[in-house]
Ligand binder design. Structure first.
Ligand code: AMP
Ligand code: GLY
Length: 414
């Protein structure tokens, strides 16, 4: 088979790494990919949002299966467009991906199909200024649309609530809708399923380390590390999530004429009243994919094909015993302003049978590896338990160095 993966971050490196292990793959391409992916796939210099360019490439190369990593091309309707052209592609249609791309749609859908989620009110941004003054604090403010991680504010008091609304106003559209939502307490977990819209298989869970500093201090980031499975996700909790959340949301999407296909990411708050949905995403998490995929024994190409041919009920997923820990190496200043173009040393010294290095913001100049983004690398290790995986991951990180390299030291410390 000829497979094209779309995207160029750490998540896509993990996907390409997993897909490359399938004996069914004859040729593997990645658009645009990154220098780490170049060792496993042919890089194609087409941006993930250049849908017509990707389509022309896939047709020209007679690609058998295209796999979409990030949400942006999904929101642009890449899956709809490829299918119209008769090409096979793994991921949800644009209408189903709205479960991630429209927080308002997602919230209203959850309410309609009685999925446990924080109580909320949807209104125009201008109205919200009055409303927050009457609400109990803390309150969670969410703005409609993809906001590159800046669309959620947890306001501890009225001043912060007004500042939060002001920050939404600065993002552009003053007439946009916002969600004012009850603040939930508990432990967060990321839960993944693969589905053809009717059958859903639980893929496993992960815990994302969202804050920049150790012990969950400082601002939110795209994710500074992940462990899998989530230590809080018991078998009974997993079946509760499947019956109370996954089954009704898939049914709801079908009834709304937006059947979902692909990987569904359920962002959960495990509260004393049970699991509540914080958000849905229409894709794998990053860096959760770098922690979950190395634990999966199945050929991922088989699973994706089973989705496309509605044979998912024939698949049983198998997982390696033990745990995984992924540590993200970031550029100093991330998630704020950071420098690019620092030389990365020691990448050739990390080879270990238990550890993998996934590239994200990396560029290649001649024979040198250079930093080219906020999150630069993700190092994952497996172990019998979190303690062993954690020991191995920090050992694999040890030889890697670049100026301003920053990483959390508490990933997997339970
Ligand atoms: P979201 O993009 O909706 O997942 O929100 C980003 C982060 O904000 C989540 O990972 C949580 O840490 C936090 N968050 C979102 N909604 C709530 C809520 N209702 N209660 C408490 N924290 C929340
Ligand atoms: N790590 C969170 C996300 O991928 O959305």
């Amino acid at each position: 088979m000829k497979i094209l993966v779309i995207g160029g971050g750490g998540r896509e490196h993990a996907l390409v790494w997993k897909i490359a292990q399938s004996p069914r793959v004859r040729e593997l391409f990645c658009a645009p990919g990154n220098p780490g992916i170049a060792g496993l796939a042919t890089l194609v210099p087409i941006a993930p949002d250049h849908i017509e360019g990707l389509l022309l490439f896939a047709k020209g190369k007679k690609i058998d299966l295209t796999v979409v990593g990030p949400e942006y091309p999904l929101s642009l309707g890449i899956v709809d467009r490829f299918e119209e052209a008769g090409l096979r592609i793994f991921g949800p249609h644009c209408a189903a991906a709205e479960i991630e791309t429209s927080k308002v749609f997602s919230k209203l859908l959850m309410e309609k199909y009685k999925i446990p989620t924080a109580e909320a009110e949807v209104m125009a941004l201008d109205e919200a200024y009055q409303k927050v003054l009457t609400m109990k604090m803390p309150v969670v403010l969410k703005v409609e649309g993809l906001a590159a991680g800046k669309g959620v504010v947890i306001a501890r008091n009225k001043k912060e609530a007004i500042e939060g609304l002001d920050s939404f106003r600065l993002m552009g559209d003053a007439a946009c809708r916002v969600i004012l939502e009850k603040y939930l307490t508990g432990v967060e977990a990321s839960f993944f399923v693969v589905t053809d819209g009717k059958v859903a298989l639980a893929l496993s869970s992960a815990q994302d380390y969202k804050r920049i500093y150790d012990h969950d201090q400082g601002p939110n980031t795209g994710g500074m590390g992940a462990i899998s499975p989530s230590p809080c996700m018991t078998k009974s909790l997993e079946s509760e999530v499947m019956t109370k959340i996954v089954a009704p949301i898939l049914k709801g999407l079908e009834l709304e004429g937006r059947p979902y296909s692909g990987v569904l990411y359920v962002g959960l708050m495990l509260t004393s009243l049970g699991p509540y949905v914080l958000e849905f995403n229409a894709r794998w998490g990053d860096p959760e994919a770098q922690a979950v995929l190395p634990r999966l024994k199945n050929d991922w190409v088989d699973v994706m094909e089973a989705v496309l041919s509605h044979r998912l009920h024939k698949i049983q997923l198998h997982w390696k015993r033990g745990k995984s820990v992924c540590v993200v190496l970031a550029s100093k200043g991330y998630p704020g302003v950071y420098k690019k173009g620092e030389v990365i040393l020691g990448l050739d010294k990390t080879a270990s049978p238990h550890a993998m290095v996934f590239h994200a913001g990396v560029a290649r100049q001649g024979d040198r590896w250079m930093t080219d983004g906020g999150r630069v690398l993700g190092v994952t290790a497996l172990g019998r338990d979190f303690s062993e995986a954690r020991g191995r991951v920090y050992q694999a990180v040890d030889p890697i160095f670049f100026n301003g390299m920053y990483f959390r030291r508490d990933i997997g410390a339970l």
